[in-house]
Structure formats: C-alpha cells, structure tokens
Design a protein around this ligand. Structure first.
Ligand SMILES: O=C(O)c1ccccc1N[C@@H]1O[C@H](COP(=O)(O)O)[C@@H](O)[C@H]1O
Length: 223
C-alpha cells in the first residue's frame, strides 16, 4: 500500500476539489462545533457528494454519543470514522461493532508512556493517527498546528496502518515521513492561510511534498 495522504477540515467545494485533484487518499470533515472547521451534517453530505470512488471520506468527531454518530453516519455515509477525543479502547471496539465502519483512532503523544498506551488501541482500531497533545485543556483536542516529538516513534512499527499528524506543513512532511516511517500523513492547519481557512495552493504543495518523500523512500528501499 502507498503512503496515505489525508487532508482534514475541508469545508468548501473549491478546497475539497483541490485536495481530490492533487490526489488526496482521504478527505476529512470535522463535525465538532468547537472547531473552526465544523461542518453541519447536511452541508458535509452535500459537499462530499462527489467524493466516492476518488478518495475515502472521513468523519471526524470528538467524544460523540451514539445518537449523534448514528445521525452523522446516516447523513454523511463516511468510509471511516475518525475518533479524536478521549474514547477508551472499549468504546472504539463498541463503535466499530455497532456501526460496522472502519475506525481511525487519534492518539495524542507527548511521552514514552503515551507510546506504550498505543498497544491497547492497536488491537481494536483499523487505523491509528498520532497527533500532538493539546497545549492545555481549553485547546481543541487536535487541529492546533502543534507537532509532537517524532523521535517518540523512531523504530516503532504497528500492526495497523498509522498516520502522523500535528503541525505538519509542505516544508516538514518529508522529514516527518523519513523520521517516523509512518504509513500516512494528515494535515489541517498546515494547509490553511488563516485558522479554519484552507488554501488551495498549500493543499497542492503539501500533497506534492508527501508524494516526493514517498518516492524517495521507495527508491532508497529498492537499492
Ligand atoms: O481540525 C480540527 O479542527 C480538529 C478538531 C478537533 C480534533 C481534531 C481536529 N483535527 C485533526 O487534528 C490533526 C492535527 O491538525 P493540525 O494539522 O495540527 O492542525 C489533524 O490531523 C486533524 O485530523
């Protein structure tokens, strides 16, 4: 499988179109009212109408209840549920079983203890996403443009596909891939011109930089 490139927090047809045209594998839609990228369900469904067959649609929620998730899934029909809150492993397993959709669990990393905790999620999630922990309790649980120490993942491999996110940009994504060996990358703030405002040029540059790093990695592996 090639490098997974996910562009998250899309909320306009133009920026979604730019992500698809540049070859994003996953496009993320945030349904979390505290986020500047929040998209109401009907709007998200209308926006993502032409995505099927071009990329996987990811619905990002934060500690959502079953009723909200059921409504969101019915309206939006995501290919993947991204759980970006404090959902414990048992909750991840229960939601996966109840809704029958692949689950990507976001895990904040700041210490070796956080890395040790990944194993519990590895057993129950379909994909893992490693992100920075927020600076304080008032911050969003993600989407803060904040990087974590990639050295925490040096030499680590996981049983499930795993993406890194948190503060990535077109300038840093190549080094992030090289330093961690991640199977994918995810970005929100780093492809914006202002908080919550996606930038078409930055989206294209980010995807091109990720693909260039992927190609370099393949060349290095083949000798
Ligand atoms: O993007 C958001 O607004 C958001 C809100 C709540 C939880 C997660 C969110 N985004 C995810 O966070 C990571 C890191 O974002 P950034 O690139 O550092 O801005 C991103 O991969 C999104 O999936």
């Amino acid at each position: 499988m090639g490098m997974i490139v996910k562009i998250c927090g899309l909320s306009t047809p133009e920026t979604l179109g730019a992500a698809l045209a540049a070859g994003a594998d996953m496009v993320g839609f945030v349904h979390f009212p505290k986020s500047p990228r929040h998209v109401p369900l009907a709007a998200a469904a209308a926006l993502a109408g032409g995505v099927a067959g071009r990329a996987r649609k990811v619905l990002l929620t934060v500690d959502a209840g079953d009723d909200l998730l059921a409504a969101a899934i019915a309206a939006f029909e995501p290919d993947i549920l991204q759980l970006h809150g404090h959902e414990p492993p048992a909750r991840v397993a229960a939601l996966r079983a109840k809704f029958g959709r692949p689950v990507m669990k976001a895990i904040g990393l700041a210490s070796a203890a956080d890395v040790a905790g990944i194993a519990d999620y590895e057993a129950v999630a379909d994909l893992l996403l490693f992100d920075a922990l927020p600076a304080d309790v008032t911050a969003l649980p993600g989407g803060n443009g904040r990087a974590f120490d990639w050295a925490l993942l040096r030499g680590r491999r996981f049983a499930k596909p795993w993406l890194i996110g948190g503060g990535l940009t077109a300038e840093t994504v190549g080094e992030a891939i090289r330093a961690t060996g991640a199977s994918g990358v995810d970005v929100s703030s780093g492809v914006e011109s202002a908080r919550g405002v996606k930038d078409i040029g930055k989206i294209a540059s980010f995807i091109a930089a990720a693909r260039a790093a992927e190609k370099l990695g393949s060349l290095a592996e083949s000798g």
